[in-house]
Every structure is written in C-alpha cells, then in structure tokens.
Design a binder for this molecule. Structure first.
Ligand SMILES: NC(=O)c1ccc[n+]([C@@H]2O[C@H](COP(=O)([O-])OP(=O)(O)OC[C@H]3O[C@@H](n4cnc5c(N)ncnc54)[C@H](OP(=O)(O)O)[C@@H]3O)[C@@H](O)[C@H]2O)c1
Length: 286
C-alpha cells in the first residue's frame, strides 16, 4: 500500500484511462486519500458506475485519445481545469496493425502522442503553480535493451525510428506498444530536462496485471499470462504504484519499477534520445 511522502496536501488530479483497470484502481485510492480526482475515458457508463461507487466524489470527462482533433479538444479542457497532477495512464495494446482516422498507428497515438499533446496544452496555460506529470510506462523498458534485437528494431536515438513508429505497419503491434512505453519514459525525462519552474514528471511501470488491455492478445499468450497469475501484481498494488508516482516524484534520471526506484536505462537517459524525441514530436505542437 502507498506510503506517505512529499505531497500530502489535497491535490486536484486528472487520471486518463481512469474508467477501468489500473487507472480506476489508482483513481479510487486517490479519492479515498481525499484528493479531488477526475477520470477520463471513452465509456461513460463505466464512469457513471465508478462515480456512484465512490459517493460521487470523482468527476469524469469524456475523451477519445485515438483521435487527433478530439485529443486537442480534451487537452484544451483539462489544461483549463488547472490540475495539480496529470496522470497519463490511458493505454491500449493492439497485436495487429491498427490505424487511426488520421493515418497514425493507433497504439502510438493513444499511448504516446495524446500525452504529448496534453502536456503541451497544459504548459501553454501554466502559470506559477507547481504541476506534476505521471507517465505510465512498462517493464518492457527494462527488457528492451537486454538483447540487441530490441534496439536493432527501434533505436530511440534516431529521429527516423520515431517517425517510422508513428506509421501503421504490418509489423508486430507488440513492438508499437513497447515503443509507446519507451516513449512515455523518455517523455518524463524530457519534461524534467526542460527545467521549467515548478514542472516535474515521473514515469512508472505499475506492475503486470490481468486487465482488459490483454484482451486482444492471441489466446496462447493469454493462457501463459493466466498460468503466471500467482506471480503477477495485484491490481491494488499496481494502483498504489501509480499513486506513489503521483505523490512522490523522483529525480529526473529515475523511474518506478512497481514500488522500487530504479535508474532509467541508458538508451532512454541519453541526450541523443531526448533530441530525437523532441525533433520528432514538435510536429504535434500547435
Ligand atoms: N496491465 C498491465 O499489466 C500493464 C503493465 C504495464 C503498464 N500498463 C499500462 O497501464 C495503463 C493502464 O492499463 P490497464 O492494464 O489498466 O488497461 P485497461 O484495463 O484496458 O484500461 C485502459 C484504460 O484506458 C482507456 N482508454 C483506452 N483507449 C482509450 C482512448 N482511445 N481514449 C481514451 N481512453 C482510452 C480505457 O477507457 P475506456 O474503456 O473508457 O475507453 C481504460 O480506462 C496503460 O497505459 C498500460 O499500458 C499496464
């Protein structure tokens, strides 16, 4: 369970993808700690049920983060709400090729471009109060460079790699998911390296939990995951790991691997990676 740390005063917190899974769990824990929580997602019925179960202390904003225009509108709304903490948790994993109506890979759009657009919009309206961002990454961050194959397929230090990742491809959607999660860790570091007064960011792998995100996986993979059930993280713990990242920011070169503080891998914590990331993403600035 979450241990008290730096920020224990009441905060106004947005959690994207708070209508289900780990995000819902984190939202409920934050609300129970007395924070003013707003969740977002596509499914208003799920949101209604959550709001009722937490005595209507949680608010809801509808969002579809797979759509560029709708993401910009959502970003404008949440920037205007002036949250203290923005938790970028909404995520998908499509094993097959998937494309948004804007011609972007669906996983990269939802998991990575949307948080970037939200961050930029929040920044535009930022004044002098502190704001903290949480980017939800994955343990894939740790495994990615363990073999040379990972960086051969995607080199985060190369701007062309990021550009290609945005495009829908026939290649494995699992790779797009891994890239989106490397991107979230890189984004947290990049935000910190901007050195903006009062702006901080922390990335977190919440733990491996059986949730709807795994529904699209081939049956064989789902069976392996179910067989590992005794060894995987409980949803309560994964939620509490996100709560920790929200309330206990880490130094720029660190991230939370579940509840442990770890150094970011070198392929993320590199000036070349941050330069390539910034160069590629600036096309989404407006
Ligand atoms: N489960 C794991 O083992 C694991 C491990 C590492 C990291 N993570 C990360 O943890 C985060 C939460 O995953 P989860 O396992 O809790 O998944 P989940 O149960 O499937 O929940 C995903 C959430 O994202 C929202 N969402 C999905 N697509 C969206 C879209 N286009 N627009 C707006 N909201 C959207 C969903 O809302 P609606 O259904 O209302 O649209 C839902 O609230 C993800 O970023 C995931 O990558 C999960």
């Amino acid at each position: 369970m979450f241990r008290a740390c730096r920020w224990m005063s009441t905060k106004k917190i947005l959690i994207t993808g708070g209508t289900d899974g780990i995000g819902r769990e984190a939202a409920e824990q934050l609300a129970k700690l007395g924070h003013a929580v707003t969740i977002s997602g596509r499914n208003s019925m799920k949101a209604k049920e959550i709001m009722e179960s937490v005595e209507n202390t949680i608010k809801y904003i509808h969002s579809d983060l797979s759509d560029l225009q709708k993401t910009r509108e959502f970003a404008d709304i949440v920037a205007g709400e002036k949250f203290d903490i923005y938790i970028m948790n909404a995520g998908i994993m499509h094993p097959e090729k998937s494309e948004t109506k804007d011609g972007i890979d669906m996983t990269i759009m939802t998991n990575l471009i949307a948080p970037y657009i939200i961050f930029q919009e929040v920044l535009k309206k930022h004044q002098d109060r502190p704001i903290h961002f949480v980017f939800v990454t994955s343990i894939l961050l740790k495994f990615f460079s363990a073999t040379p194959i990972g960086t051969l397929m995607f080199d985060p230090k190369n701007v062309e790699s990021w550009r290609v990742a945005m495009q829908p491809e026939d290649a494995s959607g699992a790779m797009k998911y891994a890239i989106s999660k490397i991107g979230q860790a890189a984004m947290a570091l990049w935000v910190n390296e901007l050195n903006l007064e009062g702006v901080s960011a922390t990335s977190v792998h919440p733990g491996t939990v059986v949730t709807n995100i795994m529904n699209g996986l081939p049956a064989r993979h789902q069976m392996y995951i179910k067989m590992c059930r005794p060894f995987i993280t409980k949803k309560e713990s994964a939620g509490s790991n996100i709560v920790q990242a929200a309330l206990c920011p880490l130094p720029p070169n660190m991230y939370y691997l579940a509840d442990k503080k770890c150094e970011l891998p070198k392929f993320v914590n590199s000036a070349e990676t941050l330069t390539a990331f910034a160069e590629n993403f600036q096309k989404f600035d407006c």
